[in-house]
Write a protein that binds this ligand. Structure first.
Ligand SMILES: *Cc1c(COP(=O)(O)O)cnc(C)c1O
Length: 358
């Protein structure tokens, strides 16, 4: 089965098999990882290993802290203003779709003076702002953007230049999909359930000089400084999710690291876009330079065939292709764990369907 779900998404089969094999007897303990103390030697080692492998795979510099937090990316929409601003402080935003909009909305709720430097509404969120087309005010507490909009399938082809203003990025749906220059960012965060593991876990990489700025009344559990001091274990962390994250990071390393991952992802997306563009039956609305490598929405020329398309796909072992309710049509999410063969199977199915139904 090839699962094109946008999230929670397909995980690497070898990782699932290892987790299944270890589930009832982890590290010879006679217990599962789900049943042991987070303060015990085995789990403390497991969490430390997940951090170490993340640092080595992503090349995280020493002046950044890595946090494993509950609450997913949405939890961080709340944590960012609380950690980086006082009420009334200005912050800057790039609005490229539904996830950027949620980060903006939450900042507004917390009294941040929202300065939207670019809003791609005019293109129905099928574009990213041109590089150099906006200037970040020096008094902004941070610049927030969404490198990959999961719903629209829109991805920045560049890292925005924020000058000395900390750049904050929601990497949820493109986390570790290719090499990343962490040093360009103040804060990188994302939910794990697209590229890195189970839902509910947020992976946060924060530059040390941005710690210690939290509002005095921020709940301790949302305070990055407290969480960094406690190695993300102020309370019981999502232990199974951290364990699985570690397995996935080792899988990434074992398949050649981020350079090889990026090359595979680029090639998978290129083949699917090529197939869509070569046909008059399928269409993708996103401007060429901003097309996502991870989430590829496409429509059928005749939407009355959508249900047949989806039923035939499921019968062929291609599942969860239905587009987001706000966009319609189809969406193929092809994260790290989607093998090249899955994309080939989808392209073959699309060609067959077009031949018989167009
Ligand atoms: C999925 C997603 C989120 C939401 O993640 P949760 O873990 O459900 O909070 C936020 N931002 C982006 C870009 C996403 O793809």
């Amino acid at each position: 089965m090839y699962n094109f779900s946008a999230g929670p998404a397909q995980l690497p089969l070898p990782v699932l098999e290892q987790a299944a094999a270890e589930l009832t007897d982890w590290r010879g303990s006679g217990m599962s990882v789900l049943e042991v103390s987070h303060r015990g030697k085995d789990f403390v080692e497991c969490a430390a290993d997940a951090e170490a492998i993340l640092r080595s795979v992503a090349g995280v510099p020493d002046n950044y802290r890595v946090l494993f937090l509950a609450g997913g990316a949405t939890g961080q929409f709340s944590a960012i203003p609380a950690n980086l601003t006082a009420p009334g402080d200005p912050a800057a935003f790039l609005n490229t779709g539904q996830w950027s909009a949620k980060a903006i909305k939450e900042a507004g709720r917390q009294g941040v003076v929202v300065n939207t430097l670019a809003d791609e509404a005019a293109s129905s969120y099928t574009t990213t702002p041109a590089e150099g087309s906006f200037t970040v005010p020096v008094d902004a507490a941070y610049l927030h953007y969404t490198p990959n909009e999961t719903i629209g399938g829109v991805e920045f082809p560049y890292i925005p230049d924020a000058g000395d203003v900390p750049l904050v990025a929601d990497f949820s749906s493109t986390y570790l999909s290719r090499p990343i220059d962490v040093s360009r960012y103040g804060v990188i965060y994302g939910g794990a359930q697209k590229n890195l593991g189970p839902a509910g876990l947020a992976v946060v990489i924060v530059r040390e000089d941005l710690l210690g700025r939290a509002r005095p009344d921020v709940p301790a559990i949302w305070d990055w400084t407290v969480m960094a001091a406690k190695d993300s274990m102020l309370n019981t962390p999502p232990t199974f999710s951290i364990y699985l994250l570690g397995l996935i990071l080792h899988w990434i390393e074992g398949t050649g690291g981020l350079a090889a991952m990026g090359e595979r992802n680029r090639a998978k997306a290129a083949r699917l876009y090529e197939a869509i563009d070569a046909s008059d039956f399928y269409a993708n609305p996103v401007e060429a330079r901003s097309r996502s490598w991870m989430n590829i929405p496409f429509t059928l020329a005749d939407p009355t065939l959508d249900a047949d398309f989806l039923a035939g796909a499921a019968a062929a072992g291609l599942t969860n292709l239905k587009g987001h309710r706000s966009v319609g049509g189809m969406r193929a999410s092809i994260y790290n764990a989607m093998p090249a063969e899955g994309v080939t199977a989808l392209i073959d199915y699309m060609a067959d369907f077009e031949r018989t139904r167009a």
